[in-house]
Design a protein around this ligand. Structure first.
Ligand code: 13P
Length: 260
């Protein structure tokens, strides 16, 4: 199965720096069929990068979108405005949920807005450290999946990606640590069985599920080898060209091994 490596640049790089960095990436990224490489720059860099990048090498994603298609929503960017600039959009990233107070309802509407506008939503789910300690991980994930995908049609579910990105693993949130392989395996099962429950067995099996949180070139193989994990959402290390390129290479190797 195809792997997905998505770089989330977060609020880093100005337009000029983003362009230079994309050039650097393009020099080290061969065109691959077995890995979908996506980078998510800030909104302001999307337009110039959409003209610059070779889409066979890397696709572009937005880090968020608003769910209304137009109107008096100062400061927001609608999915309609991302059409033609991005192919993917992150929805419900934990920083949106926890720093900016996004609720499941906003996230559900954003997933729909993305689909309505021909963008692939990458629905991010994950528990906090406290929820984990209290043994609530499964409930939290199930709620986030049900709520985020509630209004998705059965003919649309094949256009959605899910990323499991628990808060306690993100490199900039306190002192991150990463899940053990068996923990990740367990979580993937929870996510897939919820999708199966909502959309049927085929969808539960086929939906790409990514892992995010402190992914680097040294641990990428471990995460990408977990059964049911189809890719990675990379934060800090997506801003270091050789690291990001190595992660894409590792994904490609694993995709090839799986094909054998
Ligand atoms: P890090 O890879 O820096 O932990 O960030 C993860 C993330 O939030 C990607 O969206």
């Amino acid at each position: 199965m195809k792997k997905y490596i998505i770089g989330n640049w977060k609020m880093n790089l100005n337009v000029h720096e983003a362009s230079l960095f994309a050039t650097k990436l393009s020099q080290g990224l061969p065109i691959r069929r077995d890995v979908e490489t996506v980078v998510c720059p800030s909104f302001v860099a999307l337009q110039p990068l959409s003209l610059q990048v070779d889409h066979r090498q890397m696709k572009l994603g937005a880090q968020d979108c608003y769910w209304r298609d137009s109107g008096a929503f100062t400061g927001e960017v609608a999915a309609t405005q991302l059409r033609g600039l991005a192919q993917y959009v992150l929805v419900g990233h934990s920083e949106r949920r926890h720093i900016f107070g996004e609720h499941d309802r906003d996230i559900r509407f954003k997933v729909q807005a993305a689909l309505r506008n021909g963008l692939t939503p990458v629905l991010c789910v994950g528990e906090t450290e406290l929820e984990r300690k209290e043994g609530d991980t499964a409930h939290v994930l199930e709620d986030q999946i049900v709520s985020g995908l509630m209004n998705v049609g059965s003919d649309q579910i094949d256009q959605v990606l899910v990323t499991y990105e628990p808060l306690w693993t993100i490199s900039t949130s306190g002192s991150p640590h990463v899940p053990q392989q068996h923990e990740l395996e367990q979580v993937v099962k929870i996510i897939r069985s919820k999708v199966t429950h909502m959309f049927g067995r085929e969808a539960g099996k086929a939906i790409p599920v990514l892992y995010g949180g402190s992914v680097d070139k040294d641990n990428a193989r471990i995460f990408l080898s977990v059964e049911g994990i189809d890719g990675a959402l990379v934060g800090a290390k997506s801003l270091i060209a050789p690291e990001f390129i190595s992660i894409v290479e590792i994904a490609s190797e694993i995709a090839k091994e799986e094909k054998k």
